[in-house]
Design a protein around this ligand. Sequence first.
Ligand code: PEP
Length: 253
Amino acid sequence: MKRRPIIAGNWKMNTTLNSATTLVNELAQAINKKHVQAEIVICPPFPFLLPCQTASANSVIKLGAQDIHFEKNGAYTGDISAEMLASIPCQYVIIGHSERRKYHHETNAIINKKIKAALGSRIQIIFCIGESNTERETGETFNVLSTQLIEGLKGLESQVLPTTLSIAYEPIWAIGTGKVATPTQAQETHEFIRTTLSNITSTEVADKIRILYGGSVKPDNAKELLSQPDIDGALVGGASLSVAQLLPIIESI
Ligand code: PEP
């Protein structure tokens, strides 16, 4: 099954209006000169989504948000709904990032509601799952991942999943640490995720869902990771804040 790879950059709580628009514009210009095979998604902080869209107009770059609220609107001070994002329009949203799970106490049940809200607004989803260091060391990785998948995707119609859903496997111990899963470790885990997805949906659907790897992806480790059969792209944190680092990752596809 041929799946179009995605390289997504998660800027987290970084940049200012000026540095965000400069960065995305430089990336757009650099990409325009190349034959880029992957789908490119940049996820800036909320206030910079629209300015970044303008700054990258006439390029293949798509924009994504880093989170959503699961309700359409209402008394949720400080929150942003899928409907609001769709009206920009913003094409992607990251849901269930481990930093949201940790700092905002997001449970699998909350993440499930967010995924449903995004599906309802036709925004493409990058659904993050991943185990902690302790969970890997105690042999809990596959249990943790299958629970995150089963509870996160509970009640969803399998036929709408492939076009709008991607999974990002992000081992927590590899995020922002410089530690990276070996290509063999990552491939083995991605294969497990695809098998779990096929049990939840069907083999046909699972074959179409893109599974990205995230966790200290850099120019020097991207090629080997991205050449694994079940790794369909990368969710890149730190390295996505620099064109000099992100471009070679994009080109390694
Ligand atoms: C992330 O937070 O999604 C991530 C993968 O970060 P980093 O690439 O910096 O490890």
